[in-house]
Design a protein around this ligand. Structure first.
Ligand code: SF4
Length: 386
């Protein structure tokens, strides 16, 4: 089973509660980025393009726990950057486990074997290890040889110590469906509890802009991959309707507030993939973001996005509203032939705004002001003690 029963019950109860309370917008997964620093520089990643002052910043244990409590999502996905570079990561995880949050610790696994004894196995903790394909493919995507071997050794070591392990797989342009299918077979043989599979988002700051999938390519690729998977019982860590959406059988709008992001700048507007501003509190993010400005059909930057952090929450809502449809999708698996569901029109989408430089300047100014304030406080303390 890719998701343990305790997690299904806990998350199901949370969702029913939100619905019974008539809430229109509520989070499902907190995307927590306690740092941006990474020990890899993958071509398809737009997350590490910051000056050292920012890459050296860390969210404290208190800030991480505070973010989880502020937002209340039952699942916390700890991403980054590379979370295992954060010295206090074991404490962050322990505090979140104590609060019965289901944690997916997303790691490239380069440091996992070295640090594994700092963590305790728990039904609330799952290591989500990045593997974007077989040895050749993964090492190419992460731009470094030997990473696949280290990651698969870490999977084995973590499983042997009783940890739950998941694989996080991102697909890019140029994938061969049979290779992806073969990779999923091999992930099953490694004994991982599940694979989270998703197309890459076209980060504007990613060094390689040539290999992101367009929407129509994504749908065809997933149809072809799922065709290979018929009857194989792949443990995919996503709802049946999200997988059906990837295969082009559902017309979904994204639910960006389903996966709010807290990082070293604050709460990121509007989603994990797009950074168009930050606010200080979760409430401000929910209440003050003009959500209508975003999503496929509304904004050019969202045109090709089919990523789980935007659409899994949509699929989960659809599951709650249409349980019979969801049950049928789970029983038969994603449909891999016939006409696809209508696509959202893109002609009225507002043009992309390129705000990275402006955001960066703003965040650097804030950082300098904080440093100055802290230096002033220390010097005042020193003079009053003298
Ligand atoms: S479609 Fe939604 S989830 Fe994807 S980038 Fe746009 S706002 Fe974010």
């Amino acid at each position: 089973m890719s998701v343990p029963l305790i997690q299904k019950i806990h998350v199901g109860a949370y969702l029913m509660k939100q619905r019974l309370q008539g809430k229109q917008r509520y989070p499902l997964v907190l995307m927590l980025e306690p740092l941006f620093r990474c020990n890899l520089a993958c071509a398809g990643c737009g997350k590490i393009d910051y000056p050292d002052d920012i890459l050296n910043r860390r969210l404290s244990v208190e800030e991480c726990v505070g973010a989880a409590e502020e937002c209340g999502a039952p699942i916390v996905s700890i991403a980054g950057g590379e979370p295992l570079l954060h010295k206090e990561m074991p404490k962050i995880v322990a505090e979140l486990v104590k609060r019965r949050r289901f944690i997916y610790l997303c790691t490239n696994a380069l440091l996992l074997e070295k640090k594994i004894d700092q963590f305790k196995p728990s039904p609330y903790l799952c290591f989500s290890i990045h593997l974007d394909g077989d040895r050749e493919r993964h090492d190419k995507v992460v731009c470094q040889d030997g990473v696949y071997d280290k990651a698969t050794a870490a999977i084995k070591a973590a499983r042997a110590k009783g940890f739950r392990v998941n694989v996080n797989c991102t697909l890019f342009d140029g994938e061969q469906p049979e290779h992806v299918a073969h990779f999923l077979d091999s992930a099953m043989e490694m004994g991982v509890s599940g694979v989270t599979i998703s197309p890459g988002y076209a980060y504007e700051r990613a060094p390689d802009q040539q290999h992101f999938l367009k929407r129509s390519q994504t749908k065809q690729l997933f149809r072809d991959v799922f065709r290979y998977g018929k009857g194989k019982g792949w443990r995919l860590n996503q709802s049946a309707l999200f997988l059906d959406f990837l295969a082009g059988n559902q017309t979904y709008h994204c639910t960006p507030w389903g996966n709010p992001t807290r990082n070293v700048f604050g709460w990121q507007k509007p989603c994990y993939l797009l950074g168009e501003g930050h606010v200080a509190t979760f409430r401000e993010l929910m209440d003050d973001t003009n959500w209508d400005l975003y999503g496929t059909g509304n904004y050019e930057k969202c045109a090709d996005c089919m990523v789980h952090c935007g659409y899994e929450a949509t699929a989960v809502n659809d599951t709650l509203s249409h349980p019979v449809k969801a049950m049928m999708a789970a029983m038969r698996g994603p449909k891999t032939d016939g006409p696809m569901a209508p696509e959202i029109a893109l002609d009225k989408a507002r043009p992309a705004e390129f705000v990275f430089e402006r955001q960066l300047r703003h965040n650097m100014d804030k950082l300098t002001a904080e440093k100055d304030a802290s230096a002033k406080t220390s010097s005042e303390c020193r003079s009053s003690a003298a």
